[in-house]
Design a binder for this molecule. Structure first.
Ligand SMILES: C[S@@+](CC[C@H](N)C(=O)[O-])C[C@H]1O[C@@H](n2cnc3c(N)ncnc32)[C@H](O)[C@@H]1O
Length: 289
């Protein structure tokens, strides 16, 4: 099937939906609408009202739909990812932030409700979604972000500069040494996918950077383990660590933290789909236990 020309907006969106569904896009109707809105810039509510009238298909729509049908991520086509209250600039070379990470950020925001001028570190910041959201929603926080990839760092710089986040290009294993023992919160959504668990969706497998996906080692635990070690280095006694991970890693991460001897209140958190998606703990070095 090809998209026709001279169609009404409603006809074009209907055809686009069929084309995207045929290509295996998981949410074809919404994506068809969002691509139309990307060209028209009216907002989804107004777009849906326009679909009831006789508005024409916007110029360039067929090209965008064809790109999405090739399973290029919607966010790479529009250049924008929505995350909590932020609109982040994204494109090739940076991990597209996921909805499940929004609830990991909420854990930190809840935790910081009583803390005056908290100091927060985000390890492996990607687009800056986590660090930027915390800076935006906890305005008195001093937020630091670390990113290793040159390309992701460039996207993060663009997104985080207006929010006052202090971004460094570095390795989460040894970054921020000069701030050791000073953070109230360390949060991380590190690469964690096991080596063999290559994602099925082309949007992820072909367009998310591999260095953002694979955690290292057969079980994907190398970078999550390193993030926990860095958190213990960076936090003040009583500081809070939270890390996103794969469901299968929840037990391993809780066991690792409990065995480490410096963590208390080790807690696994579910995402909106009921999956064990994040683990938090409080840094409790022996002298404070
Ligand atoms: C799963 S992505 C998460 C990005 C972002 N925090 C989010 O939640 O959308 C992991 C990020 O960690 C970065 N990364 C990978 N290895 C790293 C390392 N050794 N040090 C710092 N960042 C690293 C990747 O480039 C990627 O941006």
């Amino acid at each position: 099937m090809t998209l026709g020309t001279g169609l009404s907006l409603a006809e074009a969106v209907r055809e686009a939906t069929e084309l995207l569904a045929h290509a295996g896009v998981p949410s074809p109707r919404v994506d068809a609408e969002l691509l139309a809105d990307h060209l028209l810039g009216v907002g989804l509510g107004r777009l849906r009202a326009m679909l009831l009238g006789d508005s024409p298909e916007p110029d360039g729509y067929a090209d965008l739909v064809a790109e999405r049908a090739r399973r290029v991520p919607l966010q790479h086509i529009t250049g924008v990812a929505h995350f909590r209250y932020l609109q982040l600039a994204v494109g090739p070379g940076v991990f597209i932030p996921r909805p499940e990470t929004e609830s990991v950020v909420q854990l930190v925001i809840d935790r910081l409700a009583e803390t005056h001028r908290p100091k927060v570190a985000d390890l492996g910041t990607g687009s800056g979604a986590i660090a930027g959201s915390i800076a935006h929603e906890v305005p008195d926080a001093e937020v630091h972000a670390v990113e290793f990839s040159e390309f992701a760092h460039a996207w993060a710089a663009r997104n985080l500069a207006p929010l006052g986040v202090k971004l460094v290009r570095g390795d989460l294993r040894d970054a921020l040494q000069e701030h050791n023992g000073t953070f109230d919160v360390v949060i991380s959504n590190p690469p964690y996918i096991p080596a063999e668990a290559v994602p099925n969706e082309p949007e992820v497998a072909l367009h998310d950077p591999p260095e953002a996906l694979y955690g290292g080692g057969a079980d994907g635990m190398e970078l999550p383990t390193a993030a926990a070690a860095s958190a213990a280095r960076l936090l003040v006694p009583g500081g809070y660590f939270v890390m996103e991970h794969a469901e299968v890693q929840a037990g391993w991460i809780a066991a690792m933290l409990r065995a480490g001897g410096v963590w208390s209140e080790v807690t696994t958190h579910l995402d909106l789909n009921g999956k064990e998606r994040a683990t938090s703990a409080v840094f409790t070095p022996l002298s404070n236990a």
